[in-house]
Write a protein of this length. Structure first.
Length: 645
């Protein structure tokens, strides 16, 4: 109610001050835009498409941003959507520029220079946010509060950029003639109705802009097109925003550009959601439910910021303190949205199988088949590099960015579960030797037998083209064609080469004593009806027939490899309860007077069984021995042993 009242008051205030500059209605038809507002289906599409682009993309792809994304408060998005995405900033911007007089064009060119410092601050803070997100993606710990503080500063920088642009455009607006305003209104109508035609820039104006870089002229058209949409639209046009605009840190824009604008969020989202399991989809849906409330708050705060900027249209000062306050609030909400999406996507990744990871990589390759061959220059990293004291540190920082792509399948120890083996400590480690990863391909295991360990040179060759070095490898990564990228990634991997768990263990040893650290976990697994060849683990390492060729028990294989295997044990009884009693006490079923499965009379027994109904507490159990040694003990599953005091 308050926002509606604010809208009405500001709108009437502008009409009273300057009727000639009140927002007008375009002459062409408008599409129904309600579907582009807050919509959980479209929000799910946005997060699902970002699952693909963020988990498979590079730092450069995440950093890429389209012209006009920053300070997007001037109604161009609604204008473009109204025209069914048929117009471009360049076309409308050039026509507006040609409509302005000499002084107005000069003011627009000064604005082009004035916006550069706040634009660079905004871009720099966005890059900082991306680097924090990539550390999170790589499995490093990132403080949420610090991220949100940075997001708040990012929002303030973007709002200040909006203030500079709004002030400059407002100073042009108050000098427009009635004829210029009427032509702008007609221009909007032509573009929205699809009847704009083709505009040719007058030769004298082309000469006026000669020598300017293409990036600079594109930004000039961005400013002049904003002048058009701001002055000919409504406040609702300025408030309009699509679900794909906030939290634009996940690389979708880059994929769209690289594919020649052929990819659509809906199509990618459908493919991603079909690939994921129900549990993974639930993680994204939960994020969507949280995003809806945040997106509403984001739009409400953004609309208040737009109202403040609109003061410039009627010649009033845009208040810097008000802009900073609203920008900070807006940035924090956007940061919460970004963090929520990132953690949801990582939750999906942590549940991924090898097959899903490979399918995701193949999906990206399908949309941009040749992207691996392109040598993309880093975007906006120059400022970050100036803060790094040495070239070695700069290379490691670059390697950290590249490792974020590896994190789809490989994470550092703090990152938790992943489809592939850990890369921590890989330099100098035996090939195919991660004890927590049991799915190495036969080709990788054969390579391990031939080559031994990962040397720097061996890893460098492998990273260049994995399938060339190891034909038959199941890794879906195509490789890094740039030598500088491979060197940077290896430099970063070297920082993970030390035993990162050692320092933690040493600190525990200092605090708790060596016995606490050296104590091993004990897991005793008892299964019914498990015959001699019932597992994929050999009961006798020297007897091939003591393992199943059909049943696969990889986790038990892992336990067997990393633990102690007792190959000469025997069962004291062919039935369950007596054997469990013997395991617990170390006593034979005869000594326990427990030689039968259950305490009941059976006429078919050849002799009356000895069958106590309880396990007397006088008997010392293995659980009690371990408890007294400092272990925390527990029993799960069937017991079939009653205890009496």
């Amino acid at each position: 109610m308050k926002s509606a009242l604010c809208f009405a008051v500001v709108f009437l205030f502008m009409l009273c001050l300057k009727p000639g500059l009140a927002y007008g209605q375009p002459s062409g038809p408008l599409r129904d835009l309600s579907e582009f507002q807050i919509d959980e289906r479209k929000e799910l599409q946005a997060i699902a498409s970002r699952t693909l682009t963020w988990l498979t993309g590079s730092s450069e792809q995440n950093d890429y941003i389209s012209v006009g994304r920053f300070a997007n408060f001037f109604g161009f998005v609604k204008f473009r959507v109204s025209s069914a995405h048929s117009l471009t900033r360049s076309a409308s911007g050039q026509e507006v520029y040609a409509l302005l007089d000499t002084d107005q064009r000069a003011r627009l060119l000064r604005l082009l220079e004035e916006q550069t410092p706040p634009f660079e601050r905004t871009a720099s803070r966005r890059i900082e946010m991306n680097r924090m997100l990539e550390r999170l993606r790589s499995g490093e710990r990132v403080d949420r509060a610090s991220f949100l503080e940075l997001a708040e500063r990012y929002g303030q920088a973007e709002a200040e950029l909006g203030r500079v642009i709004g002030t400059g455009l407002g100073q042009i607006a108050v000098t427009l003639t009635d004829a210029q305003r009427e032509e702008m209104a007609a221009m909007r109508g032509r573009y929205v109705s699809g009847q704009a035609g083709r505009f040719e820039m007058p030769p004298e104006l082309r000469e006026e802009l000669r020598g300017r870089e293409n990036v600079e002229t594109q930004e000039l058209w961005n400013l002049s097109s904003r002048l058009l949409t701001w002055l000919t639209g409504t406040q609702e046009d300025n408030d309009f925003e699509t679900v794909g605009k906030p939290s634009q840190h996940f690389g979708f824009v880059s994929l769209r550009v690289e594919s020649g604008h052929a990819v659509k969020r809906g199509a990618i989202a459908e493919e991603v959601l079909e690939l994921l399991s129900e549990q993974q989809n639930d993680a994204l849906r939960t994020a969507v439910r949280e995003e809806t409330a945040r997106f509403t708050a984001f739009l409400e705060t953004r609309s208040l910021l737009c109202r403040e900027l609109e003061r410039a249209i009627v010649g009033h000062e845009v208040r810097p303190a008000r802009i900073a306050s609203l920008g900070g609030a807006m940035g924090r909400i956007e940061g919460e949205m970004t963090w929520g999406q990132a953690t949801a996507i990582l939750a999906v990744r942590n549940l991924m199988t090898n097959e899903q990871a490979e399918a995701l990589l193949a999906m990206r390759k399908k949309y941009v088949p040749d992207e691996g061959e392109a040598e993309t220059a880093p975007v906006s990293d120059a400022k970050a590099d100036t803060e790094i004291e040495s070239l070695a540190a700069a290379q490691i920082a670059r390697g950290r960015q590249l490792f974020a792509q590896c994190a789809l399948c490989h994470v550092t120890p703090e990152g938790g579960r992943s489809p592939g083996p850990s890369l921590s400590g890989i330099l100098g480690r035996d090939i195919a030797s991660d004890p927590n990863y049991l799915m190495y391909s036969p080709a990788m295991r054969e390579y391990a037998r031939d080559e031994g360990s990962w040397t720097e040179a061996r890893l460098e060759r492998y990273l260049e083209s994995p399938r060339t070095v190891i034909p038959g490898t199941i890794m879906g990564f195509d490789g890094m064609p740039k030598g500088s990228d491979r060197a940077a990634l290896i430099a970063y991997l070297k920082t993970l080469s030390a035993d990162e768990g050692a320092s933690e263990a040493e600190s525990k040893e200092t605090a708790q004593g060596p016995d606490t650290v050296s104590r091993q976990n004990i897991v005793l697994l008892v299964a019914d009806d498990q015959d001699w060849a019932g597992l994929s683990v050999r009961m006798d390492p020297e007897e091939p027939g003591s393992a199943s060729s059909f049943v696969q028990t990889p986790r038990i294989e892992q336990w067997a490899e990393s633990g102690v295997r007792f190959t000469r044990g025997y069962s004291p009884s062919p039935v369950c309860s007596p054997s469990r009693a013997s395991i617990q006490t170390g006593m034979s079923p005869g000594a326990l007077h427990w030689t039968k499965a259950a305490p009941s009379v059976n006429d078919r027994d050849l002799e009356p069984p000895k069958s106590e109904r309880n396990l007397n507490t006088d008997y010392l159990t293995i659980g009690e021995v371990l408890r007294d040694a400092g272990y925390t003990t527990a029993h799960f599953g069937k017991w079939h042993l009653e205890v009496t005091v």
